[in-house]
Design a binder for this molecule. Structure first.
Ligand SMILES: *[C@@H]1O[C@H](CO)[C@@H](O)[C@H](O)[C@H]1NC(C)=O
Ligand SMILES: *[C@@H]1O[C@H](CO)[C@@H](O)[C@H](O)[C@H]1NC(C)=O
Ligand SMILES: *[C@@H]1O[C@H](CO)[C@@H](O)[C@H](O)[C@H]1NC(C)=O
Ligand SMILES: *[C@@H]1O[C@H](CO)[C@@H](O)[C@H](O)[C@H]1NC(C)=O
Length: 219
């Protein structure tokens, strides 16, 4: 089937263009293999099924896309943001690629329905305080608060069908564990270039509401 090339390929063909020589001198998440800066976190606890992470407050570049198809939304949204980081901004600045690229996916279960997706790009540390203003009116900045996330990882390509299955499994496991989370949407997190054929890493996230419970047998 052709589908696997759509979302991550679309997203990531562009990501590849943004790739630079590895020059890592600080610790970063294990799944952060293809860029210098990733959204880093502290692991709060984990189970065989999911991780609970704590993320500090952060600033992102975002754009909304309404689409019937998640993979198209990811492609169109990232294409737009890619223009911004390639220098189509008020200061003509070239901004290095970061990971993951996040896709906010509405929870409603309808299949052939237009949905509003949001694509997010993490600003590198150097631009967290004062990123160059966008020239495209569809691009905006958003501050993520300090947050706890529930994360389920899976391999392969980040596509609508497997994101949905993994999110639904995660939801079930969180419900069983008595965890509280925002059930209106989840995030798909994409880390790899389309040239990476093995060891691909994707995640789905729910944002915690209140403090995570965490299983008792882990610190
Ligand atoms: C962007 O990436 C290149 C290559 O890794 C690196 O030399 C440069 O310092 C990075 N730029 C910034 C502003 O971090
Ligand atoms: C989050 O912020 C706290 C307080 O500034 C700091 O100690 C911690 O290392 C930060 N965590 C990450 C993953 O950057
Ligand atoms: C983007 O979508 C979110 C969620 O639907 C909405 O709250 C926000 O107003 C939208 N922003 C823009 C600029 O369209
Ligand atoms: C998660 O997605 C992967 C595809 O990469 C799939 O093999 C796996 O079955 C999915 N997990 C669940 C619980 O559906």
């Amino acid at each position: 089937m052709e589908a696997p090339t759509m979302h991550c390929a679309g997203l990531i063909i562009f990501l590849l263009l943004g790739l630079t020589e590895a020059g890592v001198s600080y610790s970063k998440p294990a799944q952060c293999k293809e860029v210098n800066e990733c959204f880093s976190y502290d692991l709060v606890c984990e189970t065989p099924d999911y991780e609970v992470r704590h993320y500090n407050a952060s600033k992102w570049v975002a754009t909304n896309i309404t689409s019937l198809i998640m993979e198209f939304a990811g492609y169109q949204g990232f294409t737009r943001i890619f223009q911004y980081i390639q220098g189509n901004n008020a200061e003509g600045k070239h901004i290095n690629m970061t990971a993951p690229v996040l896709l906010q996916i509405p929870q409603n279960e309808g299949i052939m329905e237009f949905k509003n997706y949001i694509i997010y790009f993490l600003l590198p540390a150097d631009y967290q305080q004062s990123p160059p203003a966008p020239t495209d009116a569809n691009i905006y900045f958003i501050d993520f608060p300090d947050m706890y996330t529930y994360v389920k990882s899976f391999s392969g390509w980040l596509l609508a069908w497997n994101s949905k299955l993994n999110a639904s499994k995660l939801r079930q496991q969180l419900n069983n564990a008595g965890e509280h989370y925002d059930s209106n949407y989840y995030y798909g997190a994409c880390y790899n270039s389309p040239k990476t054929l093995v060891d691909r890493h994707n995640e789905v996230w729910y944002i915690a509401e209140g403090a995570p419970v965490c299983p008792k047998h882990v610190p």
